[in-house]
Design a protein around this ligand. Structure first.
Ligand code: BGC
Length: 677
């Protein structure tokens, strides 16, 4: 059969197969391939029987294979993206990517609608939990291995939501007004890097407008930047219904939009025919879009024999253990007075446990938007603790007099929490939870607070009352075991905050003016990004604002000392150059543990304003008690660049720089000078 139809031959090169199939398509069939057709097919495209083109199938989302888009199947629920980011572990996100790719394959889908790589501009964004960080460097460093992992299974990753989709309020109609430098340096940077280094096969356009133009018809963002400048070869699909408010069909076609989801609105066959016949777009442009779609179909093995494809698997013990390990590595110990943690199981008789979060499960159908993965089981914190202490310590839910009290508080995926389609109203816990913490702390000598949430939480009103705080995020299906393992010291926490935790909302960049033009938008729903490049810690450093907890912060049950620093060279000449920074690190405590060596760059002199420091490298190292190691952190000259609006490109200016080396953006232990040019 494949002799007369080379596109079916899985031994032939993909580009040749694409060219062959494209040449066989009628104009109408080309149009059919640009959208999903049929209201029952909201995650998949319609097959074209004449040519044996099967339905091309997508599934949400960032936490694994979501129930609503996988034929109502239960699948492994991985920790939230923000929790993966808090691990600062590239190898781990790669493993999670591989596992997610296998699960997608096992449910017979071809595209995973993840990762979400938007930047945390405001701590109120309801989808912060689905994204990595406020920092584009950390985002790209962790998204690159994740995308590679997914695609090694021949499943397309889909970078979303492109671009400047940084809030949920009015998400389908707001207009992000961002200057060119900020757009590239903060909001596009991770997209660009992932495109250049991981070659993602698909990108999802955003709902919102960017500088007056909707993402799905934004020629500057799609055709000129993503495709022409960065060389993106894959397909761009809309976010679901994102094309609805757009007026013209040709606007989307000429911008580079290749797939309209979840069904045809601008890309109805009739509308396409009319626009084409009236000469609003050329066949060449059409062919380019169709070619992209066919290419991704080929890459994901749509036309290949099953035995030629990687094997899928889901809900395996391996994936569940990985989900647990990832949850453990993401946990961030924020406070630990008098070394209350880890709890000593041998020396405790009674523990009292409090708060509704000890019994909450998060994996439910449609709960959490694109992250609604329902797992076959989900271990709550209470179940995790019960299993851990069984036969040794008595657990009393709500009991007052115990050796130690643990309070579980946080957010959930309901409106006003960590949720798609709405933002939070406040960065504080609700009054009921604050009173609970205070009451428990009053009744006990020692209190631990476990925070289960996906975004920054203000803690000033209660943190002084308690001894320990553990940021647990949303840890996926094994969260309860992971939390118990950290509380009892089977696992030494090594997570670091990927987000600044502000004391007050008004301390953060999008909220400093309190003017709706900055958030959530003026009467015309325009959101002005007036803070420019000063997002996240860049803002707190520039304005000298003391955060509750800085970006990169996280404690351990052991202690580390930074020794000497050596650079492999003190001068970088070209933007392709790299250097390595060798940093001596010693575990000076009594427990094995991991530390993240973080390298920030400071530019002494620049023709443009620059943040006081920017993350340019990091490495996580595990050390036994007393062990010393020289940790090598690779820095690329291109990561020292800023976006130069006079050249419309990235540039590194010759001059002197300093590396600031530490274990948070505010705990700098070493520095080293170097120059560029
Ligand atoms: C979300 C996307 C998601 C899509 C499909 C949209 O509402 O913004 O992240 O992938 O729905 O479920």
């Amino acid at each position: 059969m494949s002799a007369d139809r080379p596109y079916l031959d899985d031994g032939t090169q993909i580009e040749a197969r694409v060219t062959d199939l494209l040449s066989r398509l009628t104009l109408k069939e080309k149009f059919r391939l640009l959208a999903s057709h049929g209201r029952h097919r909201i995650y998949v495209t319609a097959p074209i029987k004449r040519l044996g083109i099967p339905s091309f199938k997508t599934t949400d989302g960032p936490l694994g294979v979501a129930m609503h888009s996988s034929g109502f199947k239960k699948n492994t629920r991985f920790p939230a993206t923000v929790s993966l980011a808090a691990s600062w572990n590239r190898e781990l996100t790669h493993q999670v990517g591989v596992a997610m790719g296998k699960e997608v394959r096992a449910v017979g889908r071809h595209v995973l609608l993840a990762p979400g790589i938007n930047i945390a501009r405001t701590p109120l964004n309801g989808r912060t939990f689905e994204y990595f960080s406020e920092d584009p460097y950390l985002t790209k460093e962790l998204a690159i291995p994740l995308v590679k992992g997914v695609q090694e299974q021949r499943i397309a990753a889909c970078l979303k939501h492109y671009a400047a989709n940084n809030q949920e309020t009015d998400r389908r109609s707001s207009d992000s007004i961002v200057d060119e430098r900020t757009l590239h340096e903060i909001y596009l940077r991770a997209f660009r890097a992932v495109v250049l280094e991981a070659d993602p096969w698909s990108v999802m356009s955003c709902y919102n407008k960017v500088n007056g133009v909707y993402g799905s018809e934004n020629k500057y963002l799609l055709r000129e930047t993503l495709m022409d400048k960065w060389g993106f070869n894959g397909l761009v699909m809309t976010d679901w219904f994102a094309s609805r408010p757009i007026e013209t069909t040709e606007g989307c076609i000429n911008a580079g939009l290749g797939l309209e989801m979840p069904w045809a609105m601008r890309y109805k066959t009739k509308a396409l025919e009319q626009a084409f016949n009236e000469g609003h777009f050329t066949e060449e442009t059409l062919d380019d879009l169709v070619r992209r779609n066919l290419r991704v179909m080929m890459l994901t093995g749509l036309f290949d024999r099953p035995e030629k494809l990687p094997e899928g698997s889901r809900n395996t013990t391996e994936h569940q253990v990985l989900a647990r390990r990832a949850a453990e590595e993401g946990m961030v110990l924020l406070k630990n007075d008098r070394n209350l943690l880890p709890l000593d199981i041998e020396n405790l008789k009674r523990i009292s446990v409090h708060g509704k979060h000890m019994r909450l499960k998060f994996g439910r159908l449609l709960k959490g938007g694109s992250s609604a993965v329902k797992p076959p089981h989900e271990i709550t914190p209470l179940e995790g603790l019960e299993k851990k202490v069984r036969g040794k310590v008595k657990l009393f839910p709500g009991d007052t007099f115990a050796d130690v009290a643990i309070v579980f508080v946080g957010l959930d995926h309901s409106k006003g929490g960590d949720s798609e389609s709405s933002d939070r109203n406040s960065i504080h816990l609700d009054e009921e939870q604050v009173s609970l913490i205070k009451k428990v702390a009053e009744d006990h000598l020692r209190t631990v607070v476990c925070v289960i949430a996906g975004s920054p939480i203000a803690m000033d009103e209660w943190i002084e009352d308690v001894e320990a705080v553990l940021m647990c995020w949303y840890g996926g299906m094994e969260a309860g075991h992971a939390i118990a393992n950290v509380l009892f010291g089977d696992v030494n926490p090594s997570g670091k905050l990927p987000l600044t935790f502000p004391k007050n909302l008004s301390d953060s960049p999008a909220h400093s003016t309190g003017n709706p033009r900055n958030f959530p938008g003026d009467e015309e729903k325009k959101v002005f990004y007036d803070e420019g490049i000063f997002v996240g810690y860049r803002w707190f450093d520039e304005k000298n604002i003391e955060p509750l907890f800085p970006f990169g912060f996280g404690k351990s049950y052991t202690s580390f000392e930074f020794g000497e620093v050596h650079l492999s060279k003190s001068n970088l000449r070209k933007s392709e150059d790299t250097l390595s920074i060798e940093v001596g690190v010693t575990n000076t405590g009594d427990l094995e543990g991991a530390e993240v060596v973080q390298v920030y760059a400071h530019d002494f002199q620049s023709s443009v304003e620059r943040p006081p420091r920017e993350l340019v490298g990091f490495e996580k190292v595990n050390l036994r008690p007393g062990e010393s190691r020289s940790v090598s952190v690779l820095v690329k000259a291109e990561d020292l660049a800023f976006y130069d609006v006079t050249k419309h490109d990235w540039t590194v200016e010759p001059g002197d720089f300093k590396f600031l080396i530490g274990n948070s953006s505010r705990d700098i232990h070493l520095d080293a000078d170097f120059s560029f040019g």
